[in-house]
Design a protein around this ligand. Structure first.
Ligand code: ASP
Ligand code: MG
Length: 419
């Protein structure tokens, strides 16, 4: 089995969908194609969820927008819309409408997961129908019938044992097999939909690759592969030809935006090679992530996290920051599902950086205020350099106002003021 994963950008409109279907039609079989929601549908669904949870009438605005967006993609894609597709899409929108017509419970994460996956259900339904239309017979699989998870909504954990059996029963590796399925979602033991975290479709594809013992997986992106720096922020970048699994884990841990952080381990465990290739220029070789010692070429890798906020805490009772403080602070972070991008502690203070867009930020601060004097600095950036050298460090200091530097053998992290 080969696993392909296509993200939202690669299916953002009818032209993009035709392009990826062309790539699929040229691929070897058996093939499983994991697809995200069309374009930014998941963001729209998040707005819909927020409105629904608050009981706001805006929910219908978002619903209509979602329906119109998909209707126009379908209209652009087909000369004659297949009757089964029209029925399937209608059924999905009726299901969504029925859900949001009922009042929400007070369990935000649960409600989120019951609605957020509609983007993937819609995109895969449309693309599967289009592939059939152009003679690429395929089977649409509801991934929730294979991937079992716990009920940790919004960030569910896969039950590998039971999922393995189910997945192998559904995704049969016959010579002509072509399967189309959703990324991002799974289901809990009660049959409720769960989700695996934003941008989780890469991870879904890796889970399937692992469960089905795939021979390889390809993530199709709008870049030529993995670069040593984000071209949005750096003038000169180079493509990496090969990245060892352990290095890819480090890069995604520090925030490289190319691959979802959980993606590598399931592949590494079975030594399944992962390619990152361009859907715009599929003839280019891309980047291979596989076993190995060192990236090729070995270059300094830059990872920039914009829009960071630093929160510094000092105990109100003039004492030191001790282990109990750290336990308290980390338990709040887990409770509010906030991710630290950077931490620093001294005898009398503890500081951390988080994304300024973190949900629950205000709730976290009001809990912390009960025990600590709080200082908040905004408009910061974190620059991480893997495989730094004296020149790269000098450049950072020339170009940025560095507040804190943390260094170990391979990695240097700079907290800087945004330019
Ligand atoms: N559609 C989901 C998201 O945008 C999952 C994904 O794209 O990987 O977060
Ligand atoms: Mg997406």
């Amino acid at each position: 089995m080969i696993i392909y994963k296509f993200g939202g950008v690669s299916v953002k409109n009818a032209t993009a969908i035709k392009n990826i279907c062309n790539i699929i039609s040229k691929a070897n079989r058996p093939l499983t194609v994991v697809i995200s929601a069309i374009g930014t549908s998941t963001n729209l669904l998040e707005e819909l969820v927020d409105a629904y949870f608050l009981g706001s009438n805006n929910v219908w605005e978002f619903y209509n927008q979602l329906e119109n967006n998909h209707a126009s993609v379908i209209n652009d894609l087909f000369d004659h819309i297949p009757a089964t597709l029209a029925t399937d899409i209608k059924a999905l929108f009726i299901e969504l409408k029925t859900k949001i017509s009922k009042p929400s419970s007070n369990q935000f994460n649960f409600e989120y997961d019951q609605l957020i996956g509609f983007g993937e259900l819609l995109s895969t339904t449309i693309i599967s129908a289009y592939l059939n239309d152009i003679g690429q017979n395929n089977k649409w699989i509801d991934i929730r019938s294979c991937l079992d998870s716990d009920d940790n909504y919004i960030d569910a954990n896969i039950n590998w044992e039971s999922s393995k059996e189910k997945a192998n029963a559904k995704f049969v590796s016959s010579p002509a097999a072509l399967y189309v399925t959703q990324g991002f979602i799974a289901s809990d033991s009660k049959g409720n939909t769960t989700s695996l975290g934003r941008e989780g479709s890469d991870y879904s594809a890796a889970i399937l690759a692992h469960l089905l013992d795939a021979e390889k997986m390809i993530i199709w992106k709008d870049v030529l592969g993995i670069l040593n720096a984000d071209p949005d922020y750096f003038e000169t970048t180079s493509k990496l030809d090969l990245i060892p699994y352990h290095e890819a884990i480090e890069l995604s841990y520090y925030g490289a935006r190319v691959i979802h952080p959980k993606t590598i381990k399931p592949l590494q465990a079975k030594q399944i090679p992962l390619w990152v290739k361009s859907f715009i220029d599929p003839s280019q070789k891309g980047t291979l992530i596989t076993k190995g010692e060192q990236a090729q070429p070995l270059l300094p890798n830059y990872i920039v996290k914009k829009k960071q906020v630093m929160v510094s805490l000092k105990p109100l009772n003039f004492s030191f920051i001790g282990e109990k403080d750290l336990v308290f602070i980390f338990s709040l972070v887990i409770k509010f599902r906030i991710k630290f991008n950077f931490t620093q502690n001294t005898a009398v203070s503890f500081a951390f950086c988080i994304n300024s867009s973190s949900r629950n930020f205000n709730d976290l601060i009001s809990e912390l205020e009960k025990k600590y004097e709080i200082d908040i600095s905004k408009d910061l950036e974190l620059i991480t350099v893997r495989h730094y050298n004296p020149i790269t460090i000098e450049e950072i200091y020339q170009k940025h106002h560095v507040l804190v530097e943390q260094k170990n053998t391979n990695t240097a992290i700079y907290l800087t003021v945004a330019n």
